[in-house]
Design a protein around this ligand. Structure first.
Ligand code: ADP
Length: 682
């Protein structure tokens, strides 16, 4: 198969291999990268699932635990109130109490809640009030409804609280029938009542009345008065802070903001501050909700009926303490002396309790749980919460620790990705090197083939000349001694050329086989150079070259193998002749600069391009210009020169301008004074 086709096949094979390698390694790297990237998500997701299950089972456990506690608490008579659960200093249900029919509160320890209004709303309304309200909801004429409610509100037999309730019902009736002005008058009168009356209002609370008034004012387009009324409502809440839950505060603030927004008014500063505070109490509000929805036994939590007014339980409290009170279910109602039972829950302890429970349950499995200190909750990666209603982070890890876990899980993937990257790169690198080596080898093979053709041609030309001359001489066809001498000279010259060429090839093959030795002897090269030139320059003149020789009769000694030096000089001279198609001048110069001996051969030939000046010293290398010239050559001459100069510890210099000519200079180091012994170099 022709070499060119072979190259094509090899090259295609290499390119296909490179493409396959790159493809496979990129795929590997991509897959590991994907796994690496997904690792965080996977880990997170799996933890989340575990945590969700955990949270669910936890919820159940906590609920059962609390149910038990509540059961025992709610079934005890007051004088038999149970001792607090074991380890009571940590218990979050820290104060069971009960409310008697006369509104007094009985319990363990002192009651922090003053509890006056705790479950008043559970009292049954008086008959007069009930009748008036029932009428107001019937289809009776409006004037009759108004009269009934007004009468009830003025009935002296009714306590001030029930009177206020009747009046607010009346105001609501006015409002409903677009008589806002009258409603406003009623609200403003109620709110002007002495504080002793206001403080005892359990429902509607003073702040609820303020809200209703503010809303009526906005309907009446008296927006300017709205902020003042709302601030007053807030001050009612503040003065009763210990009795009201943050729950009610939140509801009040939200409603106030809604009214202000509707009337397009600015939010007063007090309300802004209050809103900020409520935001900061959010987790507590969540915990309160949790107590209601999760912790309280079902029959106590009023879950069957969602409306607040009919719920069987009530929550009061602020910040850490919240009182949970409930009316005993009808079936369980006792002598009637007891209006309600309750317990004060310490939310801080409750949360600690949840922490402990979470940790205990979680640690029993394979998952290690770190509970966040609440101060640094933001920095946590939350894994579980007890539902969105309860924004309390239950299980989490500090961010740094989570990142450590993630890092450790990702490491093998990072290493695998890196390794496949390295593998891919080294495979591709190896293949590229292989491709280069292959190209070089194939090129060398091509050059060797060319070399054989060139050398055969070079051998053939002098041989035919010699044969022609010797035949002519043998047949004695020549007239005159001069002519015969000329023929002998041709034979002589051509055999020299032949000898020289064969010498070059032989030397080269010796070098190639590593068998070439040089015999370096201390010598003055001037006579040798002159002799070699004598024979050669004559020829050159005959070929119409102008020759210039500048070699002194004596030069400083160098260590040299004379035969090799002569061969190098002839190689340079032959090149000067071969690559000067327009003849011109050839100058040979020998000189010394005190440290080295310089021998230069300069021509006015085709010159050598810059990019070729390095490569012409390689085996078989011939420039494109030389080949275009049609001159035959072996491509070995300069490679031999360079080898010879290396053996002489010298160097070669080249200065050449394409189209103008070249100058090759051989630089020999001068022989040392003490260097008397012959030295052998390769
Ligand atoms: P060749 O037998 O081809 O002359 P060489 O090794 O002697 O082999 O030279 C290598 C190549 O260097 C030549 O083919 C030619 O292209 C270039 N070269 C050498 N000497 C000269 C010169 N004096 N002028 C221009 N080109 C030269």
């Amino acid at each position: 198969m022709p070499a060119r086709n072979k190259i094509r096949i090899y090259e295609t094979a290499i390119w296909v291999s490179i493409a396959v390698c790159l493809g496979l390694c990129s795929l590997g790297a991509y897959l590991t990268y994907k796994q690496y990237r997904d690792m965080g998500v996977l880990l997170y997701a799996s933890r989340k699932t575990v945590s969700r299950d955990l949270a669910d089972s936890l919820r159940l456990q906590i609920r059962n635990l609390e149910k038990e506690t509540f059961k025992s608490l709610s079934s005890q008579a007051p004088d038999e109130l149970p001792a607090l659960p074991p380890g009571n200093e940590a218990s979050f249900f820290h104060m069971p109490f009960r409310i008697l029919a006369d509104g007094k509160i009985e319990g363990v320890g002192s009651n922090p809640l003053a509890g006056r209004r705790l479950v008043r709303e559970t009292e049954a309304p008086p008959a007069e009030y009930r009748q008036a309200v029932r009428l107001s909801h019937s289809s009776a004429p409006l004037e009759r409804k108004i009269k009934a409610l007004r009468d009830a509100s003025q009935r002296t037999g009714l306590s001030p609280e029930w009177q206020v309730r009747a009046r607010t019902q009346l105001a609501a009736l006015y409002k409903k029938h677009q008589r806002a002005a009258e409603a406003e008058t009623i609200y403003s009168e109620i709110l002007a009542a002495p504080s002793s009356v206001m403080e005892n209002l359990a429902w509607p609370t003073p702040e609820q009345i303020s809200l209703a008034r503010a809303e009526t004012l906005s309907v009446l387009n008296r927006a300017k008065a709205v902020p003042g009324v709302l601030s007053q409502g807030l001050s009612f809440l503040d003065s009763a802070a210990r009795n009201t839950g943050s729950y009610r505060r939140e509801a009040y603030i939200m409603n106030s903001l809604r009214i202000l927004q509707k009337t397009g008014l600015e939010v007063p500063r007090e309300l802004k501050d209050a809103r900020r505070e409520i935001q900061s109490l959010k987790p507590i509000a969540g915990a309160v909700r949790h107590v209601r929805d999760v912790s309280l036994p079902r029959e106590l939590s009023g879950k069957t009926s969602r409306s607040f007014s009919t719920a069987r339980w009530s929550l009061r409290g602020y910040r850490d303490n919240v009182a949970v009170a409930w009316k005993p279910a009808a079936s369980k109602a006792d002598s009637g002396m007891i209006k309600a039972r309750g317990v004060v829950v310490n939310l801080r302890k409750f949360r600690q309790h949840l922490d402990r429970e979470l940790a205990r349950t979680a640690d029993s499995g394979s998952l290690r749980v770190l509970l966040p200190a609440s101060a640094s909750e933001e920095e946590m990666v939350p894994f579980a919460s007890l539902g969105s209603e309860f924004p309390y982070i239950s299980i989490g890890q500090p961010k740094a620790e989570w990142e450590n876990h993630l890092g450790a899980a990702r490491r093998p993937f990072a290493i695998a990705g890196l390794l496949s990257g390295i593998l891919g790169l080294s495979l591709v690198g190896g293949l590229l090197i292989l491709r280069r080596a292959l190209r070089r080898e194939l090129k060398l093979a091509r050059m060797k083939t060319e070399f054989v053709a060139n050398v055969s041609h070079e051998l053939k030309t002098p041989l035919s000349l010699i044969k022609l001359c010797s035949e002519t001489l043998q047949l004695n066809r020549l007239k005159g001694e001069e002519k015969r001498q000329e023929y002998f000279e041709v034979i002589n010259r051509e055999s020299d050329r032949l000898g020289h060429l064969i010498g070059n090839v032989l030397n080269f093959s010796k070098i190639d086989a590593g068998k070439k030795d040089y015999e370096l002897k201390r010598a003055d090269l001037a006579p040798l150079l002159n002799q070699t030139l004598d024979a050669y320059l004559l020829q050159l003149k005959e070929q119409s070259f102008t020759c210039r020789r500048d070699i002194p009769s004596s030069l400083p000694d160098v260590m040299a193998d004379e035969e090799a030096v002569a061969q190098a000089l002839i190689n340079l001279l032959q090149n000067a002749v071969r690559y000067s198609p327009d003849k011109g001048e050839i100058s040979v110069r020998g000189s010394s600069d005190g440290r080295s001996l310089l021998l230069s051969v300069k021509d006015t030939g085709i010159g050598i391009a810059q990019e070729d000046q390095e490569r012409i010293w390689d085996d078989y290398y011939r420039t494109a210009e030389a080949r275009a010239l049609g001159t035959r050559g072996s491509g070995l001459g300069l490679s031999l020169v360079s080898h010879i100069m290396e053996a002489h510890h010298g160097k070669t210099l080249l200065s050449s301008t394409p189209g103008a000519g070249s100058e090759f200079t051989l630089v020999f180091p001068l022989a040392n004074e003490k260097e008397m012994e012959p030295e052998n170099g390769r």
